[in-house]
Design a protein around this ligand. Structure first.
Ligand SMILES: Cc1cc2nc3c(=O)[nH]c(=O)nc-3n(C[C@H](O)[C@H](O)[C@H](O)COP(=O)(O)O)c2cc1C
Length: 362
Protein backbone atom coordinates (compact mmCIF):
# COMPACT_ATOMS: atom_id res chain seq x y z
CA UNK A 1 0.00 0.00 0.00
CA UNK A 2 1.12 3.54 -0.76
CA UNK A 3 0.87 6.01 2.13
CA UNK A 4 -1.25 8.36 0.01
CA UNK A 5 -3.43 7.82 -3.10
CA UNK A 6 -4.37 11.42 -3.85
CA UNK A 7 -2.24 11.68 -7.00
CA UNK A 8 -3.18 8.22 -8.30
CA UNK A 9 -6.86 9.12 -7.85
CA UNK A 10 -6.46 12.58 -9.40
CA UNK A 11 -4.47 11.49 -12.44
CA UNK A 12 -5.76 7.95 -12.92
CA UNK A 13 -2.36 6.27 -12.59
CA UNK A 14 -1.21 3.15 -10.76
CA UNK A 15 2.08 4.31 -9.21
CA UNK A 16 2.68 7.80 -7.78
CA UNK A 17 5.71 8.21 -10.04
CA UNK A 18 5.86 10.91 -12.69
CA UNK A 19 8.63 10.76 -15.26
CA UNK A 20 9.76 14.38 -15.45
CA UNK A 21 9.24 16.08 -18.79
CA UNK A 22 12.77 16.78 -20.06
CA UNK A 23 12.97 19.06 -23.09
CA UNK A 24 15.45 17.68 -25.60
CA UNK A 25 15.97 14.51 -23.57
CA UNK A 26 12.87 12.41 -24.06
CA UNK A 27 9.94 11.94 -26.42
CA UNK A 28 7.16 9.47 -27.27
CA UNK A 29 9.11 6.25 -26.57
CA UNK A 30 9.79 7.34 -22.98
CA UNK A 31 6.20 8.48 -22.40
CA UNK A 32 4.71 5.23 -23.72
CA UNK A 33 7.08 3.06 -21.67
CA UNK A 34 6.43 4.89 -18.40
CA UNK A 35 2.66 5.22 -18.79
CA UNK A 36 2.33 1.55 -19.80
CA UNK A 37 4.29 0.62 -16.65
CA UNK A 38 1.74 2.45 -14.48
CA UNK A 39 3.59 5.72 -13.93
CA UNK A 40 2.83 9.03 -15.66
CA UNK A 41 4.84 9.54 -18.85
CA UNK A 42 5.47 13.19 -19.74
CA UNK A 43 6.03 14.68 -23.19
CA UNK A 44 8.17 17.85 -23.03
CA UNK A 45 7.10 20.26 -25.78
CA UNK A 46 9.29 23.33 -25.15
CA UNK A 47 11.77 22.40 -27.87
CA UNK A 48 9.29 20.87 -30.32
CA UNK A 49 7.52 22.60 -33.21
CA UNK A 50 3.72 22.25 -33.36
CA UNK A 51 4.15 19.66 -36.13
CA UNK A 52 6.52 17.64 -33.99
CA UNK A 53 4.11 17.80 -31.04
CA UNK A 54 1.32 16.55 -33.30
CA UNK A 55 3.48 13.65 -34.53
CA UNK A 56 4.62 12.66 -31.04
CA UNK A 57 1.08 12.80 -29.60
CA UNK A 58 -0.24 10.80 -32.55
CA UNK A 59 2.32 8.04 -31.84
CA UNK A 60 1.59 8.08 -28.12
CA UNK A 61 -2.18 7.92 -28.51
CA UNK A 62 -1.79 4.96 -30.89
CA UNK A 63 0.39 2.96 -28.51
CA UNK A 64 -1.05 3.62 -25.06
CA UNK A 65 -4.51 4.31 -23.71
CA UNK A 66 -3.06 5.22 -20.30
CA UNK A 67 -2.98 8.81 -18.97
CA UNK A 68 -0.14 11.03 -20.19
CA UNK A 69 1.25 14.45 -19.29
CA UNK A 70 2.11 17.10 -21.87
CA UNK A 71 4.49 19.82 -20.66
CA UNK A 72 5.18 23.41 -21.72
CA UNK A 73 7.37 26.33 -20.70
CA UNK A 74 5.66 29.60 -19.74
CA UNK A 75 8.53 32.09 -19.79
CA UNK A 76 8.01 35.63 -21.03
CA UNK A 77 9.25 35.89 -24.62
CA UNK A 78 12.65 37.64 -24.46
CA UNK A 79 13.22 41.25 -25.49
CA UNK A 80 15.94 41.50 -28.15
CA UNK A 81 18.96 43.33 -26.69
CA UNK A 82 21.58 43.70 -29.44
CA UNK A 83 24.23 45.25 -27.14
CA UNK A 84 23.98 42.39 -24.66
CA UNK A 85 24.05 39.80 -27.42
CA UNK A 86 27.15 41.45 -28.90
CA UNK A 87 28.91 41.33 -25.51
CA UNK A 88 27.92 37.67 -25.12
CA UNK A 89 29.21 36.78 -28.57
CA UNK A 90 32.43 38.60 -27.82
CA UNK A 91 32.84 36.48 -24.67
CA UNK A 92 32.30 33.35 -26.75
CA UNK A 93 34.52 34.48 -29.65
CA UNK A 94 37.68 32.62 -28.52
CA UNK A 95 35.72 29.36 -28.73
CA UNK A 96 34.45 30.20 -32.23
CA UNK A 97 38.03 30.91 -33.31
CA UNK A 98 39.42 27.79 -31.64
CA UNK A 99 36.84 25.62 -33.42
CA UNK A 100 37.32 27.31 -36.80
CA UNK A 101 33.91 29.04 -36.82
CA UNK A 102 33.05 32.55 -38.01
CA UNK A 103 31.99 34.68 -35.01
CA UNK A 104 30.44 37.22 -37.41
CA UNK A 105 27.99 34.66 -38.84
CA UNK A 106 24.32 35.32 -37.95
CA UNK A 107 23.34 33.97 -34.53
CA UNK A 108 21.00 30.96 -34.81
CA UNK A 109 17.53 31.38 -33.33
CA UNK A 110 16.94 30.05 -29.83
CA UNK A 111 14.73 26.96 -29.80
CA UNK A 112 12.66 27.12 -26.63
CA UNK A 113 9.22 28.66 -27.12
CA UNK A 114 6.55 29.49 -24.50
CA UNK A 115 3.06 27.95 -24.56
CA UNK A 116 0.77 29.76 -27.00
CA UNK A 117 -2.53 29.49 -28.89
CA UNK A 118 -1.14 27.00 -31.42
CA UNK A 119 0.06 24.62 -28.72
CA UNK A 120 -3.23 25.14 -26.87
CA UNK A 121 -5.13 24.01 -29.97
CA UNK A 122 -3.04 20.80 -29.96
CA UNK A 123 -3.98 20.24 -26.31
CA UNK A 124 -7.64 20.69 -27.31
CA UNK A 125 -7.22 18.22 -30.16
CA UNK A 126 -5.40 15.45 -28.26
CA UNK A 127 -6.88 16.10 -24.77
CA UNK A 128 -3.98 14.76 -22.67
CA UNK A 129 -5.17 13.79 -19.19
CA UNK A 130 -2.53 16.02 -17.58
CA UNK A 131 -0.89 19.28 -18.70
CA UNK A 132 2.07 20.61 -16.74
CA UNK A 133 3.84 23.95 -16.91
CA UNK A 134 7.30 25.20 -15.96
CA UNK A 135 8.15 28.90 -15.21
CA UNK A 136 4.62 29.74 -14.05
CA UNK A 137 1.31 29.47 -15.87
CA UNK A 138 0.02 30.76 -19.21
CA UNK A 139 -2.28 33.79 -19.24
CA UNK A 140 -5.77 33.10 -17.89
CA UNK A 141 -7.52 32.82 -21.28
CA UNK A 142 -5.18 30.05 -22.42
CA UNK A 143 -5.24 28.34 -19.02
CA UNK A 144 -9.06 28.37 -19.13
CA UNK A 145 -9.00 26.67 -22.54
CA UNK A 146 -6.67 23.95 -21.21
CA UNK A 147 -8.88 23.43 -18.17
CA UNK A 148 -11.96 23.20 -20.36
CA UNK A 149 -10.46 20.09 -22.00
CA UNK A 150 -10.69 18.35 -18.62
CA UNK A 151 -6.90 18.12 -18.22
CA UNK A 152 -5.52 18.23 -14.70
CA UNK A 153 -3.06 21.10 -14.32
CA UNK A 154 0.33 20.76 -12.64
CA UNK A 155 3.09 23.35 -12.33
CA UNK A 156 6.51 23.56 -10.68
CA UNK A 157 7.02 25.76 -7.61
CA UNK A 158 10.43 26.49 -6.13
CA UNK A 159 9.16 28.31 -3.02
CA UNK A 160 6.14 28.42 -0.72
CA UNK A 161 5.06 31.74 -2.27
CA UNK A 162 5.06 30.22 -5.74
CA UNK A 163 3.11 27.17 -4.49
CA UNK A 164 0.43 29.40 -2.91
CA UNK A 165 0.21 31.47 -6.10
CA UNK A 166 -0.26 28.35 -8.24
CA UNK A 167 -2.96 27.01 -5.96
CA UNK A 168 -4.83 30.34 -6.14
CA UNK A 169 -4.62 30.23 -9.96
CA UNK A 170 -6.27 26.79 -9.99
CA UNK A 171 -3.50 24.17 -10.20
CA UNK A 172 -4.74 20.68 -9.32
CA UNK A 173 -1.39 19.64 -7.81
CA UNK A 174 1.94 21.35 -7.24
CA UNK A 175 5.39 20.07 -8.10
CA UNK A 176 7.74 21.24 -5.33
CA UNK A 177 11.09 21.47 -7.14
CA UNK A 178 14.05 21.58 -4.77
CA UNK A 179 17.49 22.98 -5.52
CA UNK A 180 18.91 19.50 -6.15
CA UNK A 181 16.85 19.13 -9.33
CA UNK A 182 18.41 18.77 -12.76
CA UNK A 183 17.55 21.20 -15.55
CA UNK A 184 15.98 24.64 -15.28
CA UNK A 185 14.69 26.04 -12.00
CA UNK A 186 10.95 26.47 -12.41
CA UNK A 187 11.28 29.80 -10.58
CA UNK A 188 8.85 32.52 -11.73
CA UNK A 189 8.06 34.95 -8.89
CA UNK A 190 11.67 35.89 -8.24
CA UNK A 191 14.91 36.10 -10.19
CA UNK A 192 16.97 35.16 -7.16
CA UNK A 193 18.07 31.54 -7.16
CA UNK A 194 20.53 31.95 -4.30
CA UNK A 195 17.66 31.47 -1.87
CA UNK A 196 16.08 28.35 -3.41
CA UNK A 197 15.44 25.70 -0.74
CA UNK A 198 16.42 22.07 -1.18
CA UNK A 199 13.78 19.35 -1.58
CA UNK A 200 14.02 18.24 2.08
CA UNK A 201 13.18 21.72 3.34
CA UNK A 202 10.79 22.79 0.58
CA UNK A 203 8.38 19.84 0.40
CA UNK A 204 6.99 19.88 3.96
CA UNK A 205 6.65 23.67 3.91
CA UNK A 206 4.71 23.53 0.65
CA UNK A 207 2.58 20.66 2.03
CA UNK A 208 1.70 22.86 5.02
CA UNK A 209 0.90 25.86 2.82
CA UNK A 210 -1.48 24.37 0.21
CA UNK A 211 -4.45 22.01 0.21
CA UNK A 212 -3.82 20.41 -3.19
CA UNK A 213 -1.50 17.36 -3.37
CA UNK A 214 2.23 18.02 -3.62
CA UNK A 215 4.65 16.20 -5.91
CA UNK A 216 8.27 16.20 -4.73
CA UNK A 217 11.01 16.77 -7.32
CA UNK A 218 14.77 17.16 -7.12
CA UNK A 219 17.44 14.65 -6.18
CA UNK A 220 15.02 11.69 -6.00
CA UNK A 221 16.48 8.73 -7.88
CA UNK A 222 15.68 5.55 -5.97
CA UNK A 223 13.29 3.99 -3.45
CA UNK A 224 15.00 5.71 -0.52
CA UNK A 225 14.27 9.12 -2.03
CA UNK A 226 10.66 8.21 -2.82
CA UNK A 227 10.04 6.97 0.74
CA UNK A 228 11.59 10.18 2.06
CA UNK A 229 9.31 12.27 -0.17
CA UNK A 230 6.24 10.51 1.27
CA UNK A 231 7.59 10.99 4.80
CA UNK A 232 7.79 14.73 4.05
CA UNK A 233 4.11 14.76 3.12
CA UNK A 234 4.36 14.50 -0.67
CA UNK A 235 1.70 12.48 -2.51
CA UNK A 236 3.97 11.55 -5.44
CA UNK A 237 7.40 12.16 -6.94
CA UNK A 238 8.59 13.61 -10.23
CA UNK A 239 11.89 12.06 -11.30
CA UNK A 240 14.07 13.40 -14.10
CA UNK A 241 17.77 12.59 -13.99
CA UNK A 242 17.28 8.89 -13.17
CA UNK A 243 15.31 8.53 -16.44
CA UNK A 244 18.22 9.98 -18.46
CA UNK A 245 19.98 6.61 -18.01
CA UNK A 246 17.20 4.79 -19.90
CA UNK A 247 17.65 3.77 -23.52
CA UNK A 248 14.53 5.84 -24.35
CA UNK A 249 16.31 9.07 -23.36
CA UNK A 250 17.21 11.07 -26.48
CA UNK A 251 20.41 12.59 -25.10
CA UNK A 252 23.68 12.48 -27.05
CA UNK A 253 26.68 10.27 -26.32
CA UNK A 254 28.64 13.04 -24.55
CA UNK A 255 25.78 13.57 -22.07
CA UNK A 256 25.37 9.83 -21.50
CA UNK A 257 29.10 9.36 -20.89
CA UNK A 258 29.29 12.32 -18.50
CA UNK A 259 26.29 11.04 -16.51
CA UNK A 260 27.83 7.58 -16.18
CA UNK A 261 30.75 8.94 -14.14
CA UNK A 262 28.93 11.79 -12.36
CA UNK A 263 29.52 12.12 -8.64
CA UNK A 264 27.54 13.98 -5.97
CA UNK A 265 29.50 17.19 -6.57
CA UNK A 266 29.54 17.08 -10.38
CA UNK A 267 26.80 19.67 -11.00
CA UNK A 268 26.34 23.42 -10.66
CA UNK A 269 23.57 25.94 -11.19
CA UNK A 270 24.47 27.85 -14.31
CA UNK A 271 22.92 30.38 -16.69
CA UNK A 272 25.56 30.21 -19.43
CA UNK A 273 23.88 27.42 -21.40
CA UNK A 274 20.50 29.11 -21.98
CA UNK A 275 20.34 32.40 -20.02
CA UNK A 276 18.25 30.94 -17.19
CA UNK A 277 19.61 29.16 -14.15
CA UNK A 278 19.63 25.40 -14.56
CA UNK A 279 21.53 22.51 -13.01
CA UNK A 280 24.07 20.92 -15.34
CA UNK A 281 27.14 18.75 -15.03
CA UNK A 282 30.09 21.14 -15.03
CA UNK A 283 31.71 21.21 -18.47
CA UNK A 284 34.21 23.58 -20.05
CA UNK A 285 31.71 26.36 -20.85
CA UNK A 286 30.21 26.28 -17.34
CA UNK A 287 33.66 26.25 -15.76
CA UNK A 288 35.29 28.96 -17.88
CA UNK A 289 32.39 31.36 -18.53
CA UNK A 290 30.16 30.65 -15.51
CA UNK A 291 28.70 29.07 -13.63
CA UNK A 292 26.69 32.34 -13.52
CA UNK A 293 27.50 35.16 -15.93
CA UNK A 294 25.97 38.63 -16.10
CA UNK A 295 26.76 38.65 -19.80
CA UNK A 296 24.37 35.82 -20.67
CA UNK A 297 21.37 37.24 -22.59
CA UNK A 298 17.82 36.61 -21.50
CA UNK A 299 16.48 33.03 -21.74
CA UNK A 300 16.58 31.36 -24.19
CA UNK A 301 18.68 33.72 -26.33
CA UNK A 302 22.01 32.79 -24.70
CA UNK A 303 21.70 29.30 -26.18
CA UNK A 304 21.53 30.62 -29.75
CA UNK A 305 25.05 32.04 -29.63
CA UNK A 306 26.43 28.88 -28.01
CA UNK A 307 24.74 26.63 -30.63
CA UNK A 308 27.47 26.73 -33.33
CA UNK A 309 30.32 25.92 -30.93
CA UNK A 310 28.20 23.27 -29.29
CA UNK A 311 27.41 21.61 -32.63
CA UNK A 312 31.06 21.67 -33.76
CA UNK A 313 32.29 20.24 -30.46
CA UNK A 314 29.59 17.57 -30.39
CA UNK A 315 30.51 16.48 -33.92
CA UNK A 316 33.98 15.77 -32.53
CA UNK A 317 32.50 13.81 -29.60
CA UNK A 318 32.88 16.56 -26.99
CA UNK A 319 30.28 17.81 -24.50
CA UNK A 320 32.34 20.92 -23.64
CA UNK A 321 29.51 23.28 -24.74
CA UNK A 322 26.47 20.99 -24.40
CA UNK A 323 23.80 21.45 -21.72
CA UNK A 324 24.55 18.35 -19.64
CA UNK A 325 21.46 18.74 -17.46
CA UNK A 326 21.63 16.63 -14.33
CA UNK A 327 20.40 16.68 -10.77
CA UNK A 328 22.57 16.02 -7.75
CA UNK A 329 21.64 12.32 -7.49
CA UNK A 330 22.93 11.24 -10.91
CA UNK A 331 25.24 8.61 -9.46
CA UNK A 332 22.16 6.67 -8.26
CA UNK A 333 21.01 6.21 -11.87
CA UNK A 334 20.60 2.75 -13.39
CA UNK A 335 20.65 1.95 -17.10
CA UNK A 336 17.29 0.19 -17.36
CA UNK A 337 14.48 0.53 -19.91
CA UNK A 338 12.08 3.26 -18.71
CA UNK A 339 9.19 0.87 -18.05
CA UNK A 340 11.44 -1.45 -16.04
CA UNK A 341 12.80 1.48 -14.05
CA UNK A 342 9.27 2.68 -13.23
CA UNK A 343 8.18 -0.78 -12.06
CA UNK A 344 11.36 -1.35 -10.05
CA UNK A 345 11.08 2.03 -8.35
CA UNK A 346 7.48 1.26 -7.38
CA UNK A 347 8.26 -2.28 -6.14
CA UNK A 348 11.37 -1.24 -4.23
CA UNK A 349 9.53 1.67 -2.60
CA UNK A 350 6.63 -0.52 -1.49
CA UNK A 351 9.08 -3.08 -0.07
CA UNK A 352 10.99 -0.38 1.80
CA UNK A 353 7.78 1.13 3.17
CA UNK A 354 6.73 -2.32 4.37
CA UNK A 355 10.08 -2.77 6.07
CA UNK A 356 9.67 0.57 7.87
CA UNK A 357 6.28 -0.41 9.33
CA UNK A 358 6.23 -1.61 12.92
CA UNK A 359 6.47 -5.43 13.05
CA UNK A 360 2.90 -5.76 14.31
CA UNK A 361 1.47 -4.01 11.21
CA UNK A 362 3.39 -5.97 8.58
C1 LIG B 1 17.43 16.94 -18.82
C2 LIG B 1 16.36 17.69 -18.07
C3 LIG B 1 15.45 18.47 -18.78
C4 LIG B 1 14.38 19.06 -18.10
N1 LIG B 1 13.43 19.73 -18.85
C5 LIG B 1 12.27 20.09 -18.23
C6 LIG B 1 11.15 20.49 -19.02
O1 LIG B 1 11.20 20.54 -20.25
N2 LIG B 1 10.02 20.83 -18.36
C7 LIG B 1 9.90 20.75 -17.00
O2 LIG B 1 8.83 21.05 -16.46
N3 LIG B 1 10.95 20.37 -16.24
C8 LIG B 1 12.12 20.01 -16.83
N4 LIG B 1 13.16 19.54 -16.07
C9 LIG B 1 13.05 19.54 -14.60
C10 LIG B 1 12.26 18.33 -14.09
O3 LIG B 1 10.88 18.54 -14.30
C11 LIG B 1 12.45 18.04 -12.58
O4 LIG B 1 12.17 19.18 -11.81
C12 LIG B 1 13.84 17.52 -12.24
O5 LIG B 1 14.30 16.63 -13.21
C13 LIG B 1 13.81 16.83 -10.88
O6 LIG B 1 15.09 16.62 -10.39
P1 LIG B 1 16.00 15.32 -10.72
O7 LIG B 1 16.54 15.58 -12.09
O8 LIG B 1 17.03 15.36 -9.66
O9 LIG B 1 15.12 14.11 -10.68
C14 LIG B 1 14.26 18.96 -16.70
C15 LIG B 1 15.22 18.21 -15.99
C16 LIG B 1 16.25 17.56 -16.66
C17 LIG B 1 17.23 16.73 -15.86
Amino acid sequence: MWPDYRIQDLLGIEHPIIQAPMAGAGASEMVIAVSEAGGLGSLPCAMLSPDQVRTELGIIRQRTARPINVNFFCHRPPQADPARMAAWKQRLEPYYVELGLDPKAPTPEATRAPFDGTMCALVEEFTPEVVSFHFGLPERGLLGRVKATGAKILCSATSVDEARWLEREGCDAIIAQGAEAGGHRGVFLSEDISTQPGTMALVPQVVDAVRVPVIAAGGIADARGIVAAFALGASAVQIGTAYLFCQEATIGPAHRTALASAKDNATALTNVLTGRPARSLVNRLVREVGPMSELAPEFPLAAGAVAPVRAKAEAAGSGDFTPLWSGQAASLGRALPAGELTKQLAEETLARLQHLRPQALR
